[in-house]
Each structure stands twice: as C-alpha cells, then as structure tokens.
Design a protein around this ligand. Structure first.
Ligand code: HEM
Ligand SMILES: *[C@@H]1O[C@H](CO)[C@@H](O)[C@H](O)[C@H]1NC(C)=O
Length: 473
C-alpha cells in the first residue's frame, strides 16, 4: 500500500513539475494570440445580422473594409465570424491552410441538399467524390456534350421568342437545369426528367424559407419533395443496373466507384451528390446568364462588337446549318472577356463560409476555434487596387491576366468549382445562338439588385425576345 501511494505521489509531483512550464507556455502563447481582429460584434445574439441583411451586402462589407481594413470581426446569423477582404487572406483560408478550416453550412440547408454531398466534407471522402465529379465535368467529357447543349439552347431561345414578356432569370434557370441534368444523367428519359423538374422546383421554393417541420409550410413541403427526388434517382439507378448500362456520366461514375477497401457508395450518398451538383449548377449559372443579358443590353456598342464576333462564326457554319464545334467555342476572345467581366461585376458567389477547426493565427490576429471565416470575393473583385474603376463594365481589362488570387469567381483550392468549364461552355453556346438569331428588349427600368441569395437583376430582368428577321440585319 505504502509503495503504491508513494508512486502515485511521485507521479503527481512529476506531472505538475512537467506540466507547469507547459501551462506557462500555453498561457504565453494565448497572450500572444488574444488580439482579435478589429470590428464590432453588434447586439447580443443577433449581432449585425440586420445591418447585413437590411441593405445591399456590398454596402455593409465595403463600409467595414473602409473602417477596419482587410480583416475584421463581426457577428451574423448567430455566429461570431472573421471577414477577410484581401487576396492573401483568401488564399490562406482556402488554399495554403485549408486543413485548418472546414466547410460549414446551416443544418437546415445541409438537410435539404443532402448531408453526404461533397461540399460538406473534407478528407478522403471529399477527395474521392471530388475526383468523380471533376472527371464527369472535365473538358474532355463535356466537349462531347456540346451538340446536346446546343440543342437545349436553341429550344430554350425558340420558346422565349413569342413576343410575350418573360422573366429572364426563370427562363435561364430552366436552361441551366436541363444542362445540369444532361451532365449528370446523359440523355435522360423524359418521364424521369419531368418528375425531377417538378419535385426540384418544390425544393427550390422551400430552400430559403424558414426551417420548420410544421406540415404545409414551404420548408416542410420542400423536405417531402427532396425525399421524392432521392426515390427518383434510385429508380434511375435500378433501371441502369437491370439494363447493365455503363454510361460515362456523373451517375455512371458514382455507381461504379469503389474505394481502396472495395467499398461502394450507398444509394443515399449517390442521391445526395447528384442533388448537390444540380443545386450548385442551376441558380449560379442562371444568375450569370441574366447579368450578361443586362450588361450587353446596356452597352449597345459592346453588343454590336460581340455580335460581329459571333456572326463570323455563324457564317463559317453556313448560316448556322452546321453545329458549333468545341474548337469554335475556344475561339471567341471578346465573348469570353465579356463572360469574365460579368463574373467580376456580378460576383455571384459574393463570399463563402468556413469554420476554424483550431485557434488560428493570421498576421498577428487570433481567429478563435469555432468562429466562422468568410473570404469576401466580391470585395476583392471590386477593389480599385486590383480592378481600376471597378463599377465600370469593361471586358478589355481582361486582356491582361488579373494578379494572382484577385479573381476567384469559382473559389480557390480543394473546394473550388468543378463545374467551371461547363458553366462557361453553356454560356458561350447560349450567347452564340442568342446574338446570331435573336433580339431582346428589357422591360421597364432595371437597375436594382435582388438577392435570392444570389444577386440577380430586379424582378429577374423581365424582357421580350424575338427572332431577328432577314431585313433587320
Ligand atoms: C456561373 C456558374 C458557377 C459559379 C459562379 C460557381 C461558383 C462556385 C464556387 C465559388 C464554389 C466554391 C464554394 C466554396 O469554396 O465554398 C463552387 C463549388 C462547387 N460548384 Fe460551382 N459554380 C458555378 C457553376 C457550377 C456548375 C455548372 C456545376 C456543376 C455542373 C457546379 C458544381 C459545383 C460543385 C459540385 C461545387 C462543390 C465543390 C467542392 O466542395 O469540392 N458549379 N462553385
Ligand atoms: C414527384 O415525384 C413523384 C415520384 O416520386 C411523382 O409521382 C410526382 O409526380 C412528382 N411531382 C410532384 C409535383 O410531386
């Protein structure tokens, strides 16, 4: 007994002796780190949420940046956060120290999209899925989709050209949805496409509404529709398994995947990732396309120049009798610069969220564990230091490549957008057909921005489209 208590005693003594300097060191480290970034945390609980959401978010962020500089703290949506408005800081969070920050979304959104979708994950699960999604959206794969995308674009444009006023954003959403379906399922049977479309639009309506399980509310209806989406995806999987189809689209890649231990993906993992990609593809691309309509409409001289570039290709293709080729889509320099400048101006993904997984030090400031971290893409894209006269729409600025990390429409690092080539391809194809065969007029004065949550011109940019007749030219 005696010996045991002596041993215990010595152990305690030794451990205090050894841990004392350690504790001291930790304290010291903390003292060095306690300096939080400048900024204000607003009211208790609600923080500055109202200030951010009751005005144009650009005004909120710009005022903060003016007052505090490139890094500042705030408190929004119930979370303390650090906002970062410099290219170096964005790179620190998204690329060089990405392992210290994990993706984070509100639980209600995660549940709606599907918890196994790749954007919520890190590590090996994320990198496995990301490889599959990337290969299904790589230039080598999507170039084969060009003729089908062209068919979708032509039929969309024809459907608008009735002389009726259409909501441009809604029409663009139908287009980007169909292209999304094509890249995920290849040529999908109409019966499945319709069911997916109807149910997805219910999810879409409830996605930004108040999360509650009370039956009949938009959120609850959306969750029900989301369940049906999984069932439809499962039906498609079963049909492919029965018919032993080996398609090389995203669904095919997901169905054939095995990890190092021979583990395949579950049906839920597949469905969550498919709905996730569809979700990531639709509103983003539709919002970009709507902005392009507006920017071109507002600048007649630019419009004529882009039209001339497209008409040259149209003539080479025998007045549009032959399809647009992949290599032609690579040779539209002015149109391409218009797309880049639209990405910059509209900055559809204005910022993103991460969460610090440990205490992190950045340039002498502490980013405490558990705090949200927000790289502010829009502020970087609108900083006159990197883009002179930033409020001016000027595609020619992209004749020179932007400075590193100053242009991030698709994010950066391991979670950056795998759909970027597809988004650009479908945009080039739609613009080609729009400018060579159609005219459009925006209805009403349209200078406001609507956030839903992506910035879109007010009321979805109502417009009239019609086919250009021969004598118009
Ligand atoms: C104008 C069009 C688009 C824009 C501006 C855009 C932008 C972005 C951005 C900024 C991210 C990174 C978000 C973050 O780091 O938190 C992202 C991720 C993603 N995007 Fe896109 N995107 C577009 C179109 C598409 C399309 C067409 C697809 C698929 C067909 C797609 C699929 C994805 C996926 C799956 C991710 C998650 C990647 C990951 O977490 O590893 N996006 N997108
Ligand atoms: C949704 O999907 C189901 C199949 O699960 C289908 O029967 C239904 O027609 C679709 N549309 C709506 C609006 O529910």
């Amino acid at each position: 007994m005696e010996t045991i208590s002596i041993v215990i005693y010595i152990c305690i003594l030794l451990s205090t002796l050894f841990s004392y300097p350690l504790i001291k060191k930790q304290k010291k480290k903390h003292e060095r780190l306690v300096k939080l970034p400048p900024g204000s945390m607003g009211w208790p609980l609600i923080g500055e949420t109202l200030q951010l959401y009751s005005q144009d978010p650009e005004v909120f962020f710009t005022a903060k940046q003016k007052r505090y500089g490139e890094i500042f703290k705030s408190h929004i949506l119930g979370c303390p956060c650090v906002m970062l408005a410099s290219p170096e800081a964005a790179r620190f969070v998204l690329v060089s120290h990405a392992h210290l920050f994990r993706p984070t979304y509100p639980k209600s959104k995660e549940k709606m999209i599907g918890p196994s979708a790749l954007f919520f994950h890190q590590g090996s699960y994320h990198s496995h899925l990301r490889k599959l999604v990337q290969s299904s959206l790589s230039p080598e794969t999507i170039r084969k989709l060009a003729p089908d995308i062209e068919a979708i674009a032509i039929s969309a444009l024809d459907s608008w050209a009735s002389g009726q006023v259409v909501n441009s954003f809604h029409e663009m959403k139908k287009f980007s949805f169909d292209v999304g379906i094509l890249s995920i399922f290849g040529r999908l049977d109409d019966k499945y496409r319709e069911k997916l479309k109807e149910n997805y639009s219910i999810v879409d309506k409830g996605y930004n509404s108040f999360p509650t399980n009370i039956p009949g509310t938009p959120y609850a209806k959306a969750l029900e529709a989301r369940k049906r989406l999984s069932e439809i995806v499962n039906e498609i999987i079963c049909e492919r398994e029965e018919k032993k189809l080996l398609d090389k689209d995203l669904l095919g890649y997901l169905m054939n995947f095995k990890d190092e231990r021979g583990q395949v993906l579950t049906k839920d993992q597949i469905a969550d990732n498919i709905i996730g990609v569809l979700f990531a593809a639709q509103d983003t691309t539709a919002s970009l396309l709507t902005w392009i309509l507006k920017y071109l409409h507002d600048d007649r001289i630019l419009l004529e120049a882009v039209k001339a570039e497209q008409k040259t290709i149209y003539e080479v293709n025998d007045g549009g009798k032959r399809p647009l080729t992949w290599s032609q889509t690579r040779k539209m320099p002015l149109t391409y610069r218009v797309i880049l400048e639209s990405f910059r101006m509209a900055s559809i993904i204005s910022f993103t969220f991460r969460e610090a997984v440990v205490d992190v030090e950045y340039k002498g400031y502490l980013i405490p564990k558990g705090w949200k971290v927000m790289p502010l893409f829009r502020n970087i894209h609108h900083n006159p230091e990197f883009f002179p006269d930033p409020q001016n729409f000027d595609p020619s600025r992209f004749k020179v490549a932007p400075k590193p990390n100053t242009f991030m429409p698709f994010g950066k690092g391991e979670h950056s957008c795998p759909g970027n080539e597809l988004a650009k391809l479908e945009t080039l194809i739609l613009i080609h057909h729009l400018l060579t065969k159609f005219k459009w007029e925006v209805v009403g004065s349209q200078n406001g921005i609507q956030y839903g949550p992506f910035p879109v011109p007010q009321r979805g940019l109502p417009a009239k489209f019609w086919k250009e007749s021969k004598h118009d030219v």
